[in-house]
Design a protein around this ligand. Sequence first.
Ligand code: FAD
Length: 352
Amino acid sequence: MDEAEATHTFPKQLFKKMGEQAFLCPRYPLEMGGGGDKITECIMVEELCRVNVGIAGSLMVQSGLATDPIYRHGTEEQKERFLLPAIKGEKIGAFGLTEPDVGSDSAAIKTKAVRSGDDYIINGTKMFITNGPICDYVVVAAYTDPTRRGEGINLFIVEKGTPGFTVSRKLDKVGNCSAETGELVFEDCRVPAENMIGEKEGGGFAQLADTLISGRITYGARCTGTGQAAYELTAKYAQERIQFGKPITKYQINRFRIAEMAMYLDVMRSYTYRVARLYDQGRKVRKESSMVKLFTAEILQKILNDAMQIHGGYGYMMEYPIQRFWRDGRLFTITEGTSEIQHLVIAKEIGL
Ligand SMILES: Cc1cc2nc3c(=O)[nH]c(=O)nc-3n(C[C@H](O)[C@H](O)[C@H](O)COP(=O)(O)OP(=O)(O)OC[C@H]3O[C@@H](n4cnc5c(N)ncnc54)[C@H](O)[C@@H]3O)c2cc1C
């Protein structure tokens, strides 16, 4: 893990090791090599984030965005070629929606896929793509019909080595350094029509919505695991740090802050698992999944901020692990729908 952080390189062997033990994509059915349900995935993710948020993030793309559209909407052949090898860790997946000029307003993507005989020709650039530099395939969102905003989007599976597909650069990040993030360019990239997910042109946006709902619940577990690590480090440090002749936990402000962390984490965990359970039962949880992500990501910021404050100057030193969780957890109000976008979704769902 230390090497991964220092070199900003994902330890790729983890994919195979976890796949062999059915730990890589826990949300899928047992017979496919998964763990059976969403709750199992949340438990795994929480524990992974307690150790290393970047590594967990990379694995989460594999078990979520890069495989979920194929699982839900892919053909049997696509499942054989991409989903099952991904669950086993034999293929690494990535997911490309965001572009240099398009983030939250995802219906505004400019990438296009134009039919040409038995193929589609894809042109466009994807930005901030987790696993992009190490992937064997990427699920790319592109317009087949740009006149139908949102509706005219499809998802395509583009394999590494396809002419016209390049990783133009690996991006240097503030945190989540163990996950590799890149910019991907598609230039007259010809992919067979059978690599399109779904049977007809259009509808890819709706396919994405399902995937994002599931991912937002996973964020609850990511935030809880990250917060748990920060809390444990802080409680330990504060009991050991002596100032004015006694441990700093003896001062009420620190004591209360740590007590609040414990309380917040309990609520974060309980809420995440409640919504994960509803999801496993097949209930509609669009609103709740956004609430989970918004709540846990925002409360995590308070936990991380307090954790750093209680660590004092040492917290700001690279040799103390709290800084890593503070840097890594900062991401969670931004990715897969910012906190502001979650507010918009919730407001719409409650009829405002
Ligand atoms: C480390 C990392 C990994 C990522 N991995 C992937 C990946 O694997 N695949 C992928 O496709 N993308 C990925 N992303 C992209 C990520 O999902 C986007 O960064 C995110 O959706 C936000 O888009 P943006 O950064 O363009 O911000 P913008 O959309 O430009 O937003 C900037 C600010 O404006 C606010 N804002 C925007 N619109 C509104 C509005 N209507 N009302 C109020 N406020 C608004 C936002 O909330 C935000 O605070 C990754 C990003 C990072 C940083």
